[in-house]
Write a protein that binds this ligand. Structure first.
Ligand SMILES: [Zn+2]
Length: 442
C-alpha cells in the first residue's frame, strides 16, 4: 500500500513538473494580478461557517459561559475602524465613526430590521455574506434562527462538574463567573431528561449523559463542543472506571473533592464523551486557542496537551475538530491534522489577526494538510453595536482576502495551478467541513 501511495504521489508530481516546473522560494511580480483574478472567484464560493455563536446581545443562550472582564487584543476592541466599514456594508451606516451618538443610528436600524424580518433576519445576513449554512454553537437553539441555515453544536463540558464546585470557583475571578454557568447548564440537561437528582452510581450518571447526547442529536445537534480549556488544564489522564466510580460515590451526595479527585473523575468523563462521540457520529469540537479573561492559562491549555487523546487508536472512530486551530500554537497544531480523524478550524484567528498575518497561517496550513482545514467566523454578539452581524462580516472578509493572498503566492511560486488553488479554496471554505457530517449539513 505504501509503495502504491508513493508511486501515486510521484505521478502527480511528475505531471505538475511538466506543467509548470520547480517551486520557487520567492513569489514573482505577478502576485497582485493573480490575487485580482482569484478574489472574485473565491467570493462566489458559498461558505460553510464551522464555528459561530449567532444571536442577539441580550440572548443568554448564545454561549454556555459568559465573558469575565479582561484585556482585548487590538483588533477586537470596539475602537477598530473596520467596524465602521462593516456597519456601512451591512446596514448602510451613514457615519464615519462609531461615537455613542452615531451608534444610536445603528442600534435603531437593527431594531427595525429585526422587527420587519423576524426569523429571516439572520438568514438574510448569511445571504449578504454568501454563507450557505453555519454552525450555531449555543447553549440552546433560538427560535429566531432558521434550522435550515443554522446547525446546532451543543456544549458538553457541564457533565464534568456535577459535584460541589466551591473550591474550583475560588481559584480566580474567571472561575467565579464560569462555574455557576456550568452548574446551570448541567441542571438544564437534567431537566431535559427528567432527572431531578444525580443518579446514585456512575453507571446511572453515564446513562444520563448518553441520553442527553442522543436527545440533542434528535433535536438537530450535529456535534458536541468543549470549552474545557477555560476551566481546567487540557492534559487528560486515563483513569480506570473503578477510580472514577470511587470519586463519584464519595461526592455525589455532597462534600468537596480535592483537585486530584475532581480531575480523575473529569478525565474519565471526558474520555467517555469522546468515545460516545464516535459511537453516535457526533464530532467532538474542542476550543484550542487562547481565550478571553486574564486568567486563561495558555500553557495549561496548549493544543499539544491533547496529543495523547488525538493519537490514541481507541478514539480513531471519533472525529475531532480543533476549534481556533490551536492559536497561538497553530504552527505545531497543523501536524495534528496528520491523523485522519483530526481537523483544524481557523475561527477567531482571522478576527484576532489582520489578513496580512493570517495569510501566513493559511499558507502554511494549505501547504501541509489542505484537506483537513476548515473555515469558521467565531461570530459573537459582543454588544449592541458590535454584534454577531459585524463579526460575521469581519470574519468572512478577512478570511477571503487572506486566503486569496496565500493562494496567489502559492500560484506565483509554482506550487499549484490557479485551478488547483480554487479547489483548495472550495475545500477550506466549504467542502472539508461539510464532508465531516455525513449529509446532515450542506
Ligand atoms: Zn466560539
Amino acid at each position: 500500500m505504501w509503495q502504491r501511495a508513493g508511486l501515486g504521489v510521484l505521478v502527480v508530481c511528475g505531471l505538475s513538473l511538466t506543467a509548470f516546473g520547480q517551486a520557487r522560494p520567492l513569489a514573482g511580480p505577478d502576485v497582485p494580478q493573480i490575487y485580482q483574478r482569484l478574489l472574485p472567484q473565491i467570493e462566489k464560493i458559498p461558505i460553510f461557517d464551522h464555528h459561530a455563536h449567532p444571536g442577539f446581545s441580550d440572548d443568554p443562550d448564545v454561549d454556555a459561559m459568559a465573558s469575565p472582564p479582561g484585556s482585548a487584543a487590538l483588533r477586537t476592541r470596539d475602537t477598530n475602524p473596520e467596524l465602521v466599514a462593516a456597519s456601512k456594508a451591512l446596514f448602510g451606516y451613514p457615519y464615519n465613526d462609531l461615537s455613542p451618538e452615531h451608534a444610536k443610528w445603528l442600534v435603531q436600524k437593527k431594531t427595525e430590521l429585526k422587527k420587519a424580518q423576524g426569523t429571516a433576519y439572520f438568514s438574510n445576513l448569511l445571504d449578504k455574506l454568501n454563507i450557505e449554512q453555519g454552525v450555531a454553537n449555543r447553549a440552546m437553539m433560538a427560535d429566531y434562527l432558521d434550522p435550515k441555515r443554522f446547525a446546532w453544536v451543543f456544549f458538553a463540558d457541564s457533565f464534568m462538574w456535577p459535584f460541589d464546585n466551591q473550591r474550583e470557583r475560588a481559584r480566580n475571578r474567571d472561575q467565579e463567573v464560569y462555574l455557576p454557568l456550568q452548574e446551570k447548564m448541567l441542571h438544564r440537561w437534567m431537566q431535559q431528561e427528567n432527572v431531578d437528582k444525580l443518579p446514585p452510581d456512575l453507571t446511572g450518571y453515564l446513562a444520563f449523559v448518553t441520553r442527553t447526547l442522543e436527545d440533542n442529536e434528535k433535536k438537530g445537534g450535529i456535534a458536541m463542543k468543549f470549552e474545557v480549556a477555560y476551566f481546567r488544564p487540557t492534559k487528560f489522564g486515563d483513569p480506570t472506571q473503578e477510580q472514577a466510580e470511587d470519586v463519584y460515590q464519595r461526592f455525589v451526595n455532597g462534600g468537596i473533592p480535592n483537585e486530584q479527585e475532581y480531575r480523575t473523575f473529569q478525565d474519565y468523563v471526558f474520555r467517555f464523551l469522546v468515545r460516545e462521540g464516535g459511537r453516535l457520529h457526533l464530532p467532538v469540537h474542542i476550543h484550542t486557542a487562547v481565550g478571553i479573561g486574564d486568567y486563561f492559562n495558555l500553557s495549561e491549555s496548549n493544543i499539544m496537551n491533547l496529543e495523547n487523546v488525538l493519537r490514541d487508536p481507541r478514539y480513531s472512530g471519533t472525529v475531532f475538530v480543533m476549534i481556533h486551530g490551536g492559536y497561538p500554537y497553530e504552527h505545531q497544531a497543523i501536524w495534528l491534522a496528520a491523523m485522519q480523524n483530526v481537523y483544524l478550524d481557523s475561527s477567531l484567528m482571522e478576527l484576532d489577526m489582520y489578513p496580512s498575518e493570517f495569510k501566513h497561517v493559511l499558507k502554511e496550513w494549505l501547504e501541509t494538510f489542505p484537506d483537513k482545514i476548515t473555515f469558521g467566523t467565531d461570530s459573537f454578539p459582543y454588544n449592541e453595536t458590535l454584534g454577531a452581524e459585524e463579526s460575521y462580516w469581519l470574519g468572512v472578509q478577512s478570511a477571503r482576502t487572506a486566503l486569496t493572498a496565500a493562494l496567489a503566492e502559492m500560484v506565483s511560486e509554482g506550487e499549484v495551478t490557479e485551478a488547483q488553488a480554487l479547489q483548495l479554496a472550495h475545500g477550506y471554505l466549504h467542502d472539508n467541513a461539510v464532508g465531516i457530517y455525513q449529509g446532515k449539513v450542506h
